[in-house]
Design a protein around this ligand. Structure first.
Ligand code: ZN
Length: 406
């Protein structure tokens, strides 16, 4: 289907998106302006965002690859997302297409995604890189791939290849399911090929981080000094196997095994059972994340990523993160690319109303979002300020954490 009609239809279907605090006041579609105009590049807000930051250490630690696989990349989307009568999945995919400014015509989706991503990287300060995630299949208890229960699939080989051919802009993150009988060998291979971390989405991939059968996997991660970036908190977009798998407390098992764990999105959505106590109380997942962050024993191996915390539905945790400067060297920034390009997801005026953003920044940020989603996310997060306090430079200089010691 042609890009215009696909996205146009999705704009209507977007109203059905569930789980999102969906604001239409900034418009719906990203107009995908091609070049960063000089006045934006030189803008004082953009300049200020880079001040005091070593751009060579700024790795955007949470980025998704996207495409339709027509180029032979192996990228795969569950065909149900093409069904306009299933509007939630359909709109979701269409919004990704628009946010990443993909050209769907004549099999160009994979290639145009990469071109657009690279162009945006090159418009950042020199040295900036993105960490692009692979995404393993959902797997059954025996470790067999279950395409019918998977939402999408990004082969490790594909993102590793992109990192190799575009080493100045792209680092890669493998996604290896721990129930795959070949998992340990795959971990070794990923480490040998320069993967910077491993990514899991437990509720979508059917992974229980607290399961003893992951212990050998965790021992291998610890030995390789390979960080595990695990989604925690509700996922909402990609369901499947139960939100309980996203309970941050289930990550005690890899933490206790000495694995470096990055809890994606600081577990900012939903509630989880307090499995530390017999009460079985349901508490906000963010509160459970905070409990882990405050435990002295995890000070050296637990981090949180702040991907998507400016989204309308996650914004409740933003002030809490800004108020905890002692955490900031253990927070790593990621954009969740291409999501910040989905215009209605981040309602900038609400950030202003909650006194975390200067209203004078609004117009510039809106323009940035239309041209460069990576720069938009970076400048927005660098501009956040609550009672004179923003995120520390260390939150953005993430390379030092992900460059594995030899
Ligand atoms: Zn993500």
């Amino acid at each position: 289907m042609k890009r215009r009609s696909f996205v146009g239809a999705a704009a209507g279907a977007g109203f059905f998106l569930s789980g999102c605090d969906f604001s239409l006041r900034d418009g719906v579609l990203n107009p995908c302006v091609p070049e960063l105009p000089a006045d934006l590049r030189e803008h004082p807000l953009v300049q200020a965002a880079w001040r005091g930051i070593d751009a060579g250490k700024v790795w955007d630690s949470h980025c998704h690859a996207f495409g339709d696989g027509a180029s032979g990349s192996g990228l795969w989307f569950n065909p149900r997302l093409n069904n306009i009568w299933k509007p939630v999945g359909y709109a979701q995919k269409a919004m990704y297409v628009n946010a990443s400014c993909v050209d769907e015509s004549a099999g160009r989706a994979d290639q145009s995604f990469v071109e657009r991503l690279l162009a945006q990287c090159r418009a950042m300060a020199p040295g900036f890189k993105v960490m692009l995630f692979g995404f393993d299949w959902a797997r059954d208890e025996a470790g067999a791939a279950m395409p019918e229960r998977s939402t999408f699939h990004v082969p490790d080989k594909y993102v590793a290849g992109l990192a190799k051919s575009h080493s100045a802009q792209i680092e890669w993150v493998a996604s290896i399911h721990p129930y795959d009988p070949a998992a340990l060998d795959r971990l070794d291979a990923a480490a040998a090929q320069g993967a910077r971390a491993i990514k899991w989405l437990p509720s979508a991939q059917n992974i229980d981080p607290a399961d003893a059968r992951c212990d050998r996997y965790f021992a291998k991660l610890a030995a390789l000094k390979m960080p595990l970036i695990s989604h925690a908190g509700d996922e909402r977009a990609v369901h499947g196997f139960g939100e309980h798998l996203g309970n941050p407390l289930r990550l005690r098992r890899p933490l206790d095994a000495g694995v470096k764990v990055v809890i994606a999105h600081c577990a900012s959505l939903g509630v989880g059972e307090d499995i530390d106590s017999a009460s079985g109380a349901m508490l906000p997942n963010f509160e459970l994340f905070a409990r882990l962050m405050d435990e002295p024993g995890y000070r050296s191996n637990l981090l949180g990523d702040i991907a998507a915390v400016t989204q309308g539905n996650r914004m409740g945790v933003l002030s809490k993160l800004l108020e905890r400067p002692e955490w900031h060297s253990r927070l790593v920034n990621g954009s969740d690319y291409p999501l910040p390009g989905i215009v209605p997801l981040i309602y900038l005026k609400a950030v202003v109303e909650q006194k975390m953003l200067d209203p004078a920044a609004l117009d510039t940020l809106r323009r940035l979002r239309e041209v460069n989603v990576l720069l938009f996310d970076f400048v927005l997060k660098r501009s956040l300020n609550l009672n004179g306090r923003g995120f520390a430079p260390a939150t953005f200089e993430t390379a030092s954490f992900f460059r594995r010691p030899a």
